[in-house]
Write a protein that binds this ligand. Structure first.
Ligand SMILES: Cc1cc2nc3c(=O)[nH]c(=O)nc-3n(C[C@H](O)[C@H](O)[C@H](O)COP(=O)(O)OP(=O)(O)OC[C@H]3O[C@@H](n4cnc5c(N)ncnc54)[C@H](O)[C@@H]3O)c2cc1C
Length: 415
């Protein structure tokens, strides 16, 4: 690809904004196009964790035997809407294939290649935009009912260890000393000190967007209907209010990216993996860490705007109405394990995680078209991986001497 002077980034979520930031830093004139730039995107309502140690793929050997149990439990972590099953099957089959040991090792390595640079890529950006003091080094505690449940998860801890991720085992006394709000049902914990917590993801995204605008990046409010394609080259985007042209177009439209990639003849397996949560403005407890309830698979995040209780994976496509019963179920579980939690006045939310079956984002230049690149599919880790995705993409496109290898994340892996 010839060195571009201008770029369009489709999508003003955290990933799109970080791509815009990385391109702008390198002197590219950037225009962001989003149909709802301030609206309620996935990057706003998430758990706010920079989950740096999470180099563990979602699909693991033996996990398929837990899927029926999860699906049958109405309080369980996984649901698939019946109407969505035919569309979902190819993704699910691919997901199961990725649980093979050989695939797991490759995926963990590719995740770690992003995660090992998260702070190095985030910190200068947070400094520049004036948000550095609002991302806290609090760490995370994974809490278990019993030590034997921790042992049962040995393979994921082995993967973290292999990749140099630190963790510390906490017996019942230490766990309760660190987090007195945790009730008696939990007797074991694992501290993962590298995790960092964004005080309010929506505020961070807003701050980054406003900073980019203050630096001359343009923002157009419009739906991107199609890519403009000519002579093996993408020249920009078509919207109802006009065409926008640029040397480089980056598709960073989260869970909605698949349609634009498909238009370019580059199919990928991307699903909306819906997550639900409730933000409690008056929680009546305070937490020093993010808490992950390991057996029940939900998270409790201490944010500046309250405590956020969330999780769940629901596959129902992009347009089905939310089922906020899932937010309620998670709150019910949280109350069971955090008995003094005040669950009144909660604000419920649902977001579309852009999920690939191999737990890796789609990052890098198009295989078929000049002038086109992708940055989507970050699933559960889009906030964690956003700054590095932007930098890695910009390096690969503009700084060949850095030799940032994006092969593992290429859209070509789906063909
Ligand atoms: C419950 C929950 C908890 C989570 N917790 C964490 C966490 O703790 N840590 C973490 O790292 N990640 C977390 N995630 C994942 C993270 O939120 C996502 O991976 C991330 O926000 C995806 O960002 P994005 O920019 O790719 O997509 P989005 O934020 O969804 O942005 C996509 C943007 O593209 C725009 N768009 C789409 N199509 C078009 C089009 N055709 N034309 C114009 N604009 C378009 C949309 O309007 C939207 O603004 C969580 C997700 C959920 C649901």
């Amino acid at each position: 690809m010839q060195q571009p002077q201008t770029a369009i980034v489709v999508g003003a979520g955290m990933v799109g904004l970080c791509c815009a930031y990385a391109l702008h830093l390198r002197g590219i004139k950037v225009t962001i196009v989003d149909r709802d730039p301030v609206g309620d995107k996935t990057s706003y309502g998430n758990a706010g964790a920079l989950a740096i140690s999470e180099c563990v793929p979602h699909s693991l050997p033996g996990q398929m035997w837990s899927i029926p149990k999860w699906l049958l439990d109405p309080m369980g972590p996984l649901s698939i809407r019946p109407a969505h099953i035919p569309q979902f099957m190819p993704w699910l089959l691919s997901y199961l294939t990725h649980s093979r040991k050989k695939n797991v090792a490759h995926i963990a390595q590719a995740l770690q290649a992003i995660h090992c640079r998260v702070s190095a890529d985030y910190d200068p950006m947070l400094q520049s935009i004036g948000y550095a003091d609002k991302v806290w080094d609090k760490g995370c505690i994974r809490v278990y009912d019993h030590y034997k449940s921790f042992k049962a998860n040995a393979q994921e801890w082995q993967i973290r260890k292999q990749h140099g991720q630190e963790y510390e085992l906490l017996g019942e006394t230490d766990l309760r000393a660190m987090e007195p709000a945790i009730g008696k049902a939990k007797t074991f914990g694992v501290l993962q000190p590298q995790w960092r917590i964004i005080d309010d993801p929506k505020a961070l995204v807003g701050c980054l967007r406003e900073w980019l605008l203050s630096q001359g990046v343009a923002l157009i409010t419009a739906n991107v209907e199609a890519l403009i394609m000519q002579d093996k080259r993408v020249e920009g985007v078509k919207t109802p209010i006009g065409k926008y042209v640029a040397d480089l177009t980056v598709v960073a439209a989260g869970a909605w990216s698949k349609q634009l990639a498909k238009q370019a003849g580059e199919s990928c397996l991307l699903e909306s993996e819906r997550g639900y949560n409730t933000t409690l403005p008056y929680p009546n407890i305070s937490l020093g860490h993010e808490l992950l309830f390991a057996e029940q698979m939900f998270a409790v995040s201490p944010l500046s705007i309250g405590i956020r209780v969330g999780g769940a994976s629901e596959f129902a496509g992009l347009t089905a109405a939310p089922n906020y019963k899932r937010s309620g179920n998670l709150l019910h579980l949280a109350k069971r394990y955090l008995p003094d939690l005040n669950t009144e006045n909660g604000r419920q939310w649902m977001g579309h995680r852009p999920s690939t079956p191999d737990s890796l984002p789609v990052l890098g230049p198009s295989v078929k078209w000049r002038g086109l690149a992708y940055a989507f599919g970050h699933a559960h880790l889009g906030m964690t991986q956003a700054a590095s995705s932007g930098q890695m993409l910009a390096e690969a496109l503009l700084e060949p001497d850095k030799a940032t290898d994006l092969t593992a994340y290429s859209i070509g892996r789906f063909s």
